[in-house]
Design a protein around this ligand. Structure first.
Ligand code: ATP
Ligand code: MG
Length: 140
């Protein structure tokens, strides 16, 4: 498997509870390198743009209100098979279904307030990284 890059985001429920370092420790322990990182507070419109793919889903307003309710940490992760590896470390969307030791099992509050986001494929990883970072900000 080749070295890949993926987009990761620590969500407002986790920044509010001072979990940025604990989540980063799990990412790094899995062999993912944090090669770009910044803390931002998204507007509702920015959250709606980022999650546009979900705009027809019943939870769209709840999701975008939550994602603009406090700071997030935007990251680029790099490593062997990084997209799938990050999804594995994150755990299932619903923390009730997440495997032991995963970020969502240990930290998520609910299916909505589930602490982290991770790209789900190569195309979305490229788009999501470009949404948040310029090439100058990514330092492998
Ligand atoms: P993410 O895209 O954040 O990495 P995911 O790929 O595991 O998560 P998606 O199906 O893409 O899950 O949903 C995007 C986000 O929308 C979820 O992470 C969660 O915050 C929220 N969400 C999903 N399903 C629900 C639901 N039934 N009720 C409320 N919020 C939900
Ligand atoms: Mg998703």
């Amino acid at each position: 498997m080749a070295i890949q890059r993926t987009y990761s985001m620590i969500k407002p429920d986790a920044t509010a509870r001072n979990l940025t370092g604990a989540i980063n420790a799990k990412l790094e322990a899995a062999g993912l390198r944090i090669i770009a990182q910044k803390r931002l507070w998204l507007s509702k419109a920015q959250a709606e743009r980022f999650y546009a793919v979900h705009r027809e889903r019943p939870f769209f307003d709840e999701l975008t209100s939550f994602m603009s309710s406090g700071p997030i940490v935007a990251q680029v992760l790099e490593g062997e098979n990084a997209i799938a590896k990050n999804r594995e470390v994150m755990g299932a969307t619903n923390p009730a279904d997440a495997a032991p030791g995963t970020i969502r099992k240990e930290f998520a509050l609910s299916i909505g307030e589930n602490s982290v986001h991770g790209s789900d494929g190569e195309d979305t990883a490229k788009e999501e990284i470009a949404f948040f970072f310029s090439g100058l900000e990514i330092v492998g």
